[in-house]
Design a protein around this ligand. Structure first.
Ligand code: VG1
Ligand code: CO
Length: 543
């Protein structure tokens, strides 16, 4: 087997976004495209000679081919050992678990998460460091800079490695270890949660449905919920991972997990429903006839963490991404712990967790997690909820409504305008910034603008700064409008508008958020001139 040095030329579009490099499958299939990026990773993440890395993905189209290329390139670049999930599968939280447990140098995760898959869908790749978390901006920028000057890459001339059975294989001087993708993760979950109490709940007449959306969590959910926790066979729906996710968006929200939502909102529906995304790091939580917003979920997990064995020692602090609602801030205040506000994307939580400042964190985009790993974790959130339900013996709706009565309700919604022309989207952002000087103090409807800015974050641990992270219009009394452009889309621009208000009065808590927020939604559209600039009269997706 010989090591080949292949001449190549840089591609100009390999800057990682919110969560790695995401492009159409067809872009990744172009000669040298994946190889250039992988070589740029190997050149930018420190000395990898003889080291171990983890590789796995969400099973989407092109996953297996990409893994074979990465294995051959790893061997040619002097890596000592690659740990791969069987069949090339590893959920994002499982990859983070394995990187940490076996103290590896890092890992490569192949996923475009909630983006659709298949030959015409999306593919993605990202690097995680030794703490198990997404590489910080310092490293993603180094990878990007390397990709702009790359002239060749190294690859071993060898046959494919069999990935369908656990075992060890030699590829040149490197070892490939094919591991059970579920075992280490399931073991970690058993350490954190009261499996006996959840088992009693699930075998005592409490009905649960979990929608794996034909994505990675099927095998994890079956093993944990059905095999270990005794949930009825068939609890996990759409449990077989498919390369194109059955043609759907594997995005666990009210729009894309429709079948599950319909079950939970029916007469004979189950008591609890949950779904996860393409790579298993997101979660949606539903009760009977009840939807829990991700922001409320984070607040609730924090308020009830004392009921869960893995968190009974206490919560060091919490963190949320800037657009995530302020519900968790109120819980943190009451608990007397710090609450950090970071830019969007999990890579910003890692430093806070490594420094012991934060135990729980979350995002409005159906992401919650804790310092047990360094990624958000879909099934973990589901188990956390089940543990709370087992301890409190109340319905989801009762628990959430009680929480609102205690803390007040943060009404919240996100309106996404997808596949907008990039220039139009940037025009909206510029137009908003131009209004800053005249906005502060201005009255808009019944709201008065208290402050507006483009969010900038200085990491309290390493002092690094990230600017232009989203436009915030903050109103007196705690209402907010936030505008951001997505960093995970692959076609045009996606404009995200996040709208929030706070109401302490329980008499108003039953309102529909779209109604409660209507005046603010109108202000958001008007301030951004969204309809006239994009020609859209309504958002593509409301969550
Ligand atoms: C979106 C979400 C963000 C999340 C990111 C990755 O990013 O808004 O909160 O961290 O996806 O999630 P953006 O830049 O499109 O708004 V995942 O589950 O796609 O890895
Ligand atoms: Co995801």
């Amino acid at each position: 087997m010989t090591i080949k040095q292949i001449p190549t030329q840089p591609f100009s579009d390999q800057r990682p976004g919110t969560s790695g490099l995401r492009k159409k499958v067809t872009r990744f299939q172009q000669p040298h495209y994946l190889e250039n990026f992988v070589q740029s990773i190997f050149d930018s993440v420190g000395d990898i000679q003889g080291k171990t890395i983890v590789v796995g993905g969400d099973g989407r189209y092109y996953n297996q081919q990409a893994i074979q290329i990465i294995i051959r390139m790893a061997a040619a670049n002097g890596i000592g050992r690659v740990m791969v999930g069987r069949a090339g599968l590893l959920s994002t939280p499982a990859a983070s678990t394995v990187i940490r447990k076996y103290r590896t140098h890092g890992g490569i995760i192949l996923s475009a998460s909630h983006n659709p898959g298949g030959p015409d869908g999306d593919f993605g790749i990202k690097y995680n460091t030794a703490n198990g978390g997404p590489a910080p901006e310092k490293i993603t920028e180094a990878i990007y800079q390397r990709s702009r000057e790359i002239e060749h890459y190294l690859i071993l001339d060898s046959i494919d490695t069999p990935l369908d059975q656990c075992g060890s294989y030699s590829v040149g001087n490197m070892t490939v270890e094919v591991i059970d993708p579920v075992a280490d993760y399931a073991e970690l979950m058993e350490e954190l949660f009261d499996f006996d109490a959840i088992h009693d709940l699930l075998t005592g007449g409490f009905a649960l449905r979990f929608d794996a959306m034909h994505a990675i969590t099927g095998p994890y959910a079956r093993e944990i919920l059905e095999n270990r926790l005794g949930a009825a066979a068939g609890t996990v729906m759409n449990g077989n991972p498919l390369p194109d996710f059955g043609g759907h968006h594997p995005d666990p929200n009210l729009a894309h997990a429709k079948a599950l939502v319909e079950q939970l909102f029916s007469e004979e529906g189950p008591d609890f429903g949950a779904a996860s995304d393409g790579d298993g790091d997101r979660n949606m939580i539903l009760g009977k006839n009840f939807y829990v917003t991700p922001s409320d979920s984070l607040a609730l997990l924090t308020a009830n963490a004392n009921l869960v064995p893995g968190y009974q020692k206490g919560i060091a602090g919490v963190a949320r991404s800037m657009p995530t609602s302020l519900a968790v801030d109120r819980v943190a205040e009451r608990l007397g712990i710090d609450c950090y506000e970071t830019p969007t994307g999990w890579k910003f939580f890692g430093n806070l967790m490594d420094a012991g400042k934060v135990t729980l964190c979350g995002e409005e985009s159906f992401g919650t997690g804790s310092s047990h790993i360094r990624e958000k974790d879909g099934l973990w959130a589901v188990l956390f909820w089940l543990n709370i339900l087992a301890a409190r013996k109340q319905s989801v709706a009762d628990i959430v409504q009680q929480h609102w009565a205690e803390y007040g309700r943060n009404f919240y919604t996100r309106h996404d305008y997808e596949e907008v022309d990039m220039e139009e989207a940037q025009g909206i952002m510029e137009h908003l910034e131009q209004q800053f000087p005249t906005l502060t103090g201005r009255r808009l409807g019944s709201y008065r603008v208290e402050q507006c800015d483009n969010f900038s974050y200085t990491d309290p641990v390493d002092g690094s700064t990230s600017s232009s992270q989203g436009i915030r219009i903050l109103f007196e009394g705690g209402s907010r409008i936030v505008y951001r452009l997505s960093g995970t889309g692959t076609v045009g621009a996606t404009l995200r508008v996040y709208i929030e208000s706070y109401d302490p009065d329980p008499r108003n808590h039953q309102q529909d958020p779209q109604q409660a927020l209507e005046p603010l939604i109108d202000i958001a559209v008007e301030l951004g001139q969204i309809d006239s600039r994009t020609g859209r009269t309504r958002p593509s997706v409301i969550t």
